[in-house]
Design a protein around this ligand. Structure first.
Ligand code: CA
Ligand code: ZN
Length: 294
């Protein structure tokens, strides 16, 4: 199996040179660094010494054969294998409480046997997820810290083992990469960091022909979700709900109003993250009502 490692990119860009070509339907492993490019791993390393040019590395990109602009890239998250130490930080002016943070701090957390050790008393289950994942955007370059309709830094905790993601393809080959794994993160990512950690991520990449989508979508055993990012969170909410309404109308043969009422009755709107340059939300419908996106 192909392993993509030691090849990092800091922006999603159709002009990026791909580090490997993969077949349509191929399974491969991405070996990722944490969002600080592992610079805070050593005890004593500080935010002050960070090289900010190396933040949010994504591993890749890879060129997916058979992928043409206008197609959809299907990404099955098969397995996430975590390193044994995570790192979190608090930074003045960053995150929901940024204005109240008076000094920076860095916390290193042992990750062992499926548990995150926050301190001596507080231990919780891992919830591995991928923060940064996506394809080259339609225009120009988007740094890996910013989410948009190409994916990117969506910080969606449901991007985890067993989930399948769908991305619009804007460039031949899709130009796909991923990184920024978290051992755990809550909805919202309120302090800007999850439990940031290096990881190996096994995915299967395939191309779907003949359907266009305008934003990333997600399916797992329980829900179908429409993910939308926008600098204005109300606009992100509007578009996620609008697109899910369109899908429900089409798949279930409902009117606009009935589809909307069904969303209102059984759909869940989730804040993925509210702290990145564009905010990300996901409108979810239960599989018992909407059994597939396509
Ligand atoms: Ca992130
Ligand atoms: Zn992260």
């Amino acid at each position: 199996m192909k392993i993509i490692e030691n090849k990092m990119t800091f922006a999603f860009d159709g002009k990026n040179e791909c580090v490997a070509q993969v077949e349509d339907g191929e399974t491969l492993i991405f070996r990722t660094h944490d969002c600080f490019d592992n610079q805070l791993d050593e005890a004593g390393s500080t935010i002050g010494n960070l090289n900010w040019d190396c933040i949010n590395p994504a591993t890749g990109p890879v060129y997916v054969k058979n992928a043409v602009a206008g197609d959809v890239l299907k990404v099955e998250i098969l397995e996430i294998t975590l390193g044994n130490q995570g790192v979190m930080c608090a930074l003045p002016d960053n995150g929901v409480l940024g204005q109240l943070i008076t000094e920076e701090s860095v916390k290193r957390l042992k990750v062992e046997n499926g548990k995150v050790h926050f301190n001596e008393q507080i231990v919780f289950d891992i919830n591995p997820m991928i923060g940064v994942i996506g394809v080259a955007p339609e225009n120009g370059a988007v740094n890996c810290g910013t989410p948009s309709n190409h994916g990117g830094n969506m910080d969606n905790k449901r991007i985890t083992e067993g989930a399948t993601l769908y991305f619009p393809i804007f460039h031949d080959g899709a130009i796909f990469s991923l990184g920024d794994v978290h051992a755990a993160m809550g909805d919202g990512e309120v302090m800007v960091s999850g439990v940031e950690i290096a990881a190996d991520v096994k995915v299967r990449l395939s191309v779907i022909k003949g359907c266009r989508i305008e934003t990333p979508m997600l399916e797992n055993d329980d829900i179908c979700g429409v993910i939308y990012s926008h600098e204005d969170i109300e606009k992100a909410v509007f578009h996620a709900v609008r697109i899910m309404n369109e899908i429900v109308q089409k798949k279930l043969g409902l009117s606009f109003n009935d589809a909307g009422m069904l969303l209102s009755a059984v759909g869940d709107l989730k804040f993925c993250q509210v702290v990145d340059p564009e905010r990300t939300v996901m409108m979810c419908m239960p599989k018992s009502i909407l059994n597939q996106l396509f």
